[in-house]
Write a protein that binds this ligand. Structure first.
Ligand code: CTP
Ligand code: MG
Length: 235
């Protein structure tokens, strides 16, 4: 069985603040996207990486990847992304050549995912799960609220789900290719991950252990943490 990885990298990074598109921001001198591609290419199972680039940055992404040393076994493709993450992932899937029966979807914004997490996801798909997500237990208690119309106004609490049953979901999420394609052709609501689209098809999604270092770079403080992790790894 052959595995491809689709890396949505077309977001602006509004929550990170003004500057280049988030995936092109440097972490210890190397663009976040390059860290993310290397992290997936580190898995011996991954033979193709499809990068979904910011539409105006596709040529730059292509030359960054041409200049980078990826393992011999790893091919890559660059396609321009869309208006939403969901649309960007779909554009990556459409560009996927035949012959890959397992597809990973991995946020460029999670540049430091360890290869063991990537391999654990692939292994669970190979073992027969149509959809696999890495996830961690929560540190914070989570409350459902009635969102305020005015930002910053007090919000009434509606419920407190039992924290022990909750998981914070990461990427790469791994899929049987046919199931993921069907999900993207069928589900049109706004979703924040690919696995939830598969859930809507009625297919079983399973969770495997995620990793702290697979955190998503979202806000400025996350850049500080990412660079500290890289320094600890001496990269
Ligand atoms: N993404 C994408 N295409 C979009 C929006 C997001 O490919 N139109 C990608 C991002 O590049 C990122 C991943 O989806 O790798 C997760 O999204 P997020 O962390 O929300 O990144 P941004 O959308 O760029 O950030 P923000 O929401 O703060 O603008
Ligand atoms: Mg976003």
């Amino acid at each position: 069985s052959r595995t491809a990885a689709v890396i949505p990298a077309a977001g602006r990074g509004v929550r990170l603040g003004p500057g280049a598109p988030k995936a092109l921001r440097a972490l210890n001198g190397t663009p976040m996207l390059i860290h993310a591609v290397r992290a997936l290419a580190a898995s011996r199972a991954v033979s193709l990486v499809v990068v979904v680039a910011p539409p105006e940055g596709a040529a730059e992404v292509k030359s960054l990847l041409d200049a980078d040393v990826l393992p011999e076994r790893t091919d890559f493709l660059v396609v321009p992304g869309g208006q939403s993450r969901q649309e960007s992932v779909k554009l990556g899937l459409v560009a996927l050549p035949p012959g890959y029966d397992i597809v990973l979807v991995h946020d460029a914004a999670r540049p430091l995912v360890p290869v063991d997490t990537v391999d654990a996801v692939i292994e669970a798909v190979r073992a027969g799960a149509p959809a696999v997500v890495p996830a961690l237990p929560l540190a914070d208690t989570v409350k459902e609220v009635e969102p305020a119309e005015t930002p910053g106004a007090p919000e009434p609490v509606v419920a407190t789900p039992a924290r022990a049953r909750l998981r914070a979901v990461q990427t790469p999420q791994g899929f049987d290719r046919e199931v993921l394609l069907r999900a993207h052709e069928t589900v049109t609501d706004n979703v924040t991950d690919d696995a939830s689209m598969v859930e809507q098809l009625g297919e079983q999604v399973v969770v495997v252990p995620g990793h702290e270092e697979a955190f998503k770079v979202t806000r400025p403080l996350d850049l500080v943490l990412a660079e500290a992790v890289l320094a600890r790894r001496r990269l």
